[in-house]
Design a protein around this ligand. Sequence first.
Ligand code: 3NM
Length: 558
Amino acid sequence: MKDQVDYTLYLVTDSTEAILGSRHLVEVVEQALLGGVTVVQYRDKTSDTGALIKTAKALHEKCKKHNVPLLINDRVDVALAVGCEGVHLGQDDMNVTEARRLLGDGNIIGATVSSIEEARIAVERGADYLGIGTLYATSTKKNTKDIIGVNGIRSILRYLHTSSDEAARQIKTVCIGGVNALNVQRVTYQLHAPSDASSPPKSIDGVAVVSAIVAAKDVEQAAANLKTLLCTPPTFTHSSPSTTAINGDDDAWTSLAHLHTTALTLTRAVHTHGPLSHNMTNLVVQNFAASVALAIGASPIMSNAGAEAPDLARLQGALVINMGTATPDALRNHALAIAAYNAAGRPVVLDPVGAAATSARKDALASLLAAGYFAVIKGNEREILAVAHASGLVMLKTGHAGQQRGVDSGHALYDLPHRAHIVQRLARRERTVVLMTGATDVISDGRRTYAVANGHAYLGMVTGSGCTLGTAISAYLAAAPEDPFLAAVAALLHFEIAAEEAGRSEAVRGPGTFVPVFIDELYRRRKAIVDGVLEEGPERMKVEVLTEVKDAGILKEL
Ligand code: 3NM
């Protein structure tokens, strides 16, 4: 029995006034069972033993009807008295070895852990599953030890995944703390522990929740909704990185002829759909970004008001979050908009402008990464390094040159093989597309990686060109959300080849005259592609297919 436990939706009860209110716990749990919870943990820190046993017996009757295991928090004696399926033990409770001695092998014993060391000990002592937390701060339990976030949980999963101990590799896991209907899909999507080993990454087996079910007005519906969200692919991902939707087959991406055809198809798709590109960006680039969107055939809206986002998210477009001015007010608006676009299943691009420049921006970046899921994260080398850092990648060696500068891109710190490795690992870790711009751009979804050397030096000399690339990517994502990697590559090619054409123009004498001609060239390229008169082959793209990205030995995953 205990090997077959389904941990998908794990309910932890709470009998306090703040969560349960005046309702009856057994009735609330019965509704949750009807909604589809798969494990119930009875957690009551205040009742007397007699009352605990009475309630636990009533809960056990309900759980048995649904073939759902009932576990008792902390109290091994209560579990024995009731004859239920097991216990859940916190770090301050009886330890797993002693509980096992009392309960025997047939019972389920779970342990709360918040560090690799606690996980190691719980596995060693024979726990059947781990409750890993605290994911996010929660008002349900104020005295939690550590808020470890997605990164902390990922590092524990990774430790388990790469352990030489079979029991660690096999142990079941749930995460706990602040999980709700708004974040459950993203959290479970991102809780993978990718490693270089060929085995599939270890993932979380389920989520444990208190208030998202117990405090809900309609308990059955809340549980059913969470269950549906857990059992269906996230709304924000139309595909996994291994998608073949546009590629045709798994290796087609390595063919430049195929890439060229796909890129042109996607340019036509942007033209045909005229998708909304919703930009939350800084004043400096609003005008330029709107012009770029119009030139490639998208419909721009520059709105920094989070309250507008739920309506805009319904318009089949995509959102760009440009971290430009990372004020608390901007962050609040960004979080609202990201939540709205994630919920609507529409793509979000993150442009972590200047993320490495100040500690306020680093904090802002961390809070944005915790606020939602991004289909594409794009930035210059230092910005992507800041994202890597925030994601829990530790650089072991710095590159060959350069000091930290302002928000401009500066000289490259790492050479191409190193950059490719960083970008690929970050993409795999965040399960997203990562684009690191530079004289040679590197883009990866963790599986497919290209280096793109198109573009023009003037792009680096005008304000906001990087930001407007984010706008172009958003338009392509909106028009072709089924493969965010190819959409982003196609946007990059449209953008950078137009920049090259502009740079060649006799009308351009420097960065100032470059901007209007660049906008012309974005438009001219679109028209030529749509009218079928573009005279170029795949060799126009300076794309290198990086089929083998080697571990450069420059980073470590926490
Ligand atoms: N244990 P909610 S957090 C019971 O971190 C519990 O170990 C935690 O409540 C831990 O789902 C927590 O309402 C409360 O956020 C989780």
